[in-house]
Design a protein around this ligand. Structure first.
Ligand SMILES: Cc1ncc(COP(=O)(O)O)c(C=O)c1O
Length: 476
């Protein structure tokens, strides 16, 4: 037998690895505001040049860090930078990166409570804090996931198992035409054909129409189908629209539907007074998807699913085997493998716990309030520009607009606005993305979105963005 200890790194070598990475990370983070808001030209060729067979021999660490920091990482959207106003920005609080270093280096096992009780409990605290933020009762619980898509998936599976028999194919799910496509995907992965989702029309504010919803439910019932789940949006991706959650909760109660609220983008705005008001009724949802990697500014890979009755989540996911250790009965002492599809997984609670414990929640609340203010400011700036039409007033931190030139039809306006957006983006100080609003109508309108959600985005960058929008308007 040949003993091999080559993977057991000495303390000194490990310190060298951490120090060198630390220097690169510090320089990278310090340069974020100066980096282009997006730089992907030649990205495909670069990606192709990186395809390689399994290496037998190692390469020097510095060479690999050079490759990462000089070549690989820069060819991208600057998702962590202050100018990233596209899609739903992430942010990436560096405190969480340090937490990941700790959790990965200690590599404790969090799937089973008995394996590391206090480690699991620290993560359980995070889930309880989130329940508190949305106003859930003591019986609530949940899990941290890798993101909103997986939260929506586990929610749909829980709804299915709670409300439908084993033969569930008559079950129908209702969601507005503004719902994120991860819900449609969750429905598909939960075993339903796509036709079991009713896409319900929205009103002028892009909120689900309650009358259309009631009609669809009654039609399905008359046809012998089984309405069982309703998706509410607390911040759509397109425009940040928040459905009338109180009305949805009433309707869900009347028709015995499981109400799942997709608050992946909007959820943490519940920390602010304005957000709380706009999302009134969120606490009446049977389950809620939240994404700390969106509105809590954490690095990608951090989602959460909260369920008002934690026991339902357990009933939906619980399964054991002979080789498993005894599990806990008290839901305050969570065995995460019984609450989620995962068994082994990272200790992702620490990346939430560390920054929240270090700062307290107040700076997060202030940051979210700032994002709401910045979006209102941006909307007022847009109003000052001749020819700008606001297509979606902000309900949270997204405003959607287009430039209208008299005499052009919608197809021509769509092309003009795509061109305008590309010109703004080419100046590389802010990065915007667009969407099609009301695509089911004959005249689908291309909307440019401004989504303010990074803790690094402040008024100075938005002012620069507006200089670029005005300059691009002069160009077109
Ligand atoms: C409203 C909404 N729901 C769900 C998702 C999916 O979340 P994730 O990308 O974390 O899987 C997103 C992503 O942007 C979203 O905006």
């Amino acid at each position: 037998m040949t003993e091999d200890r080559s993977l057991e790194i000495s303390g000194e070598s490990l310190a060298g690895l951490i120090d060198a990475a630390r220097d690169r990370v510090l320089a990278h983070i310090e340069s974020l505001p100066r980096q282009p808001s997006a730089d992907t030209e030649g990205g495909v060729a670069l990606a192709q040049s990186l395809i390689e067979p399994l290496p037998e021999e190692g390469r020097p660490y510095e060479e690999l860090l050079d490759l990462l920091f000089q070549t690989v990482i820069p060819k991208s959207f600057n998702t962590a930078g202050p100018g990233y106003l596209a899609y739903i920005p992430g942010g990436g609080l560096p405190h969480s990166a340090v937490a990941d270093l700790i959790s990965d280096a200690t590599n404790r096992y969090v799937g089973v409570f008995a394996a590391a009780p206090a480690v699991a409990e620290i993560e359980a605290n995070v889930v309880r804090w989130f329940c508190q933020i949305v106003g859930y009762p003591k019986a609530a619980g949940g899990i941290l996931t890798s993101g909103g898509s997986l939260s929506n998936f586990s929610a749909l599976v829980t709804a299915r198992r709670e409300r439908l028999p084993e033969n569930f194919l008559s079950g129908v799910i209702y969601a507005s035409d503004q719902t994120h496509h991860s819900v449609q995907k969750a429905v598909m992965l939960a075993g339903f054909p796509p036709g079991n989702v009713r896409e319900v029309a929205t009103d002028a504010l892009f909120r689900i129409r309650i009358d259309a919803l009631e009609r669809a439910i009654s039609e399905d019932r008359s046809a012998g189908r089984t309405p069982f789940a309703l998706i509410g949006n607390a911040g759509t991706t397109n425009t940040g629209a928040v459905d009338d959650l109180m009305a949805l909760a009433d309707l869900a109660q009347t028709h015995r539907l499981w109400l799942h609220i997709d608050a992946a983008y909007g959820g943490f705005f519940a920390l602010t007074e304005r957000g709380r008001r706009r999302m009134a009724g969120i606490e009446r949802g049977d389950s809620i998807a939240l994404d700390p990697h969106k509105s809590l500014f954490l690095p990608y890979g951090t989602g959460a699913l909260l369920v008002r009755d934690a026991a339902a989540l357990k009933r939906a996911h619980e399964l054991s085997a002979d080789y498993m250790p005894p599990m806990q009965q008290d839901l305050d002492l969570p065995d995460y493998n019984l609450l989620s599809p995962e068994l082994s997984r990272d200790w992702r609670g620490l990346r939430v716990w560390l920054p929240v414990k270090m700062h307290g929640i107040e700076p997060f609340r202030r940051n979210l309030d700032e994002k709401l203010d910045l979006t209102e400011w941006a909307t007022e700036e847009l109003r000052r520009i001749d020819g700008i039409e606001i297509l979606a007033e902000p309900q949270l931190s997204i405003v959607a607009f287009r430039f209208v030139r008299p005499g052009l039809d919608d197809t021509e306006l769509n092309a003009l606005n795509r061109d305008l957006m590309n010109r703004v983006n080419n100046k590389k100080r802010v990065y915007l993305t667009g969407t099609m609003l009301k695509p089911s109508e004959a005249s689908a309108r291309f909307a440019i979105r401004i989504c303010v959600l990074s803790f690094r985005t402040h008024i100075d960058r938005l002012r620069e963005g507006f200089e670029d929008i005005r300059a691009a308007l002069r160009e077109v």
